[in-house]
Design a protein around this ligand. Structure first.
Ligand code: BEZ
Ligand code: FE
Length: 285
């Protein structure tokens, strides 16, 4: 076209993508063009603002590395990561929540009843779960991938003082779908603020804190994989998560308990807290 104007430009651009073979990809690109153009029209985007946005994206790329994605963090603080999780949730199944940047495949396999505390300071927490389908039937083939931060707020990957694989494991559930592990109470954590996303949070007077959380991925053949987090209802940041991961159903009571059998089993001297986590997986369609 040689007569491009502000009224026909969106259709003209969209048309150039019509030969994308994959129908879903074609649709996604068409909608992207439409929404990006709509944003510019609606806001009356100026040259200076457009250049500032491109400079922001350039800085996001420059600060990213194989172990840090500023774009993922941007998606997180814009609530996009959480919206995608919410759109993927299925009725009757446990709600999903943010994967975060500190999951790496290959955690050590342990038996149900694993003790992850080792030399970690912090209050002991017994996490007890049971994995069922939406009819309440146990899923004996389920596996649980668990990870969390240490008492200093850091994950083992970025804290050289922690042993490798600290506070993470994979567990095969028992025949009745149950599993348990002893760990420590997780710690509130600040998302990185030394990049452009930090600038965005500061200009908005927003907090970088995430409430303390356990991460879990629960998988079983024939079921949709659940990626989620568990929060402590007593956490000071549970109502202001920087990445919008908190759902009421994932906010748990960390109940103080001192069952002598548990104290003996895990060689604990004082009391501990218990978190009961019923996990429901939806079948794949
Ligand atoms: C986390 O779960 O630790 C996390 C999630 C999103 C951004 C940064 C950290
Ligand atoms: Fe996390």
């Amino acid at each position: 076209m040689r007569n491009i104007n502000k009224d026909n430009i969106t259709a003209s651009v969209t048309q150039t993508f019509e030969k994308i073979d994959d129908a879903r990809l074609r649709y996604l690109i068409e909608r992207l063009v439409s929404h990006v153009h709509g944003y510019a029209r609606e806001t009356g985007l100026s040259h200076a603002e457009w250049q500032a946005a491109l400079a922001f994206l350039l800085r996001s790329g420059e600060i990213s590395s194989p172990s840090r994605s500023e774009f993922t963090l941007l998606s997180d603080v814009l609530g996009l990561s959480s919206l995608v999780d919410l759109l993927a949730s299925r009725p009757g199944a446990t709600e999903g929540s943010v994967l975060g940047p500190f999951h790496t495949r290959g955690s050590p396999w342990m038996e149900s009843g694993a003790n992850l505390v080792k030399d970690n300071p912090g209050r002991p927490v017994l996490l007890r779960g049971r994995v069922t389908d939406t009819q309440g039937q146990p899923i004996a083939s389920a596996t649980v991938d668990f990870w969390q931060n240490a008492d200093n707020g850091l994950y083992w990957q970025i804290d050289t003082t922690q042993p490798q694989d600290n506070l993470r494991c994979q567990i095969k559930v028992l025949a009745d779908g149950s599993f348990e592990l002893l760990t420590i109470q997780p710690t509130p954590y600040k998302v990185p603020t030394d990049g452009p996303v930090g600038d965005l949070l500061r200009v908005a007077h927003r907090d970088a804190w995430r409430p303390a959380h356990f991460h879990v991925i629960v998988e079983a053949p024939g079921y949709r994989t659940l990626v989620t987090e568990l929060f402590n209802q007593a956490d000071p940041y549970v109502s202001q998560d920087a990445v919008f991961g908190v759902r009421e159903s994932l906010v748990m009571d960390f109940k103080p308990e001192s069952d002598p059998a548990v104290l003996a089993k895990y060689q604990l001297s004082g009391s501990y807290q218990v978190v009961d986590f019923p996990v429901t997986l939806a079948a794949t369609a």
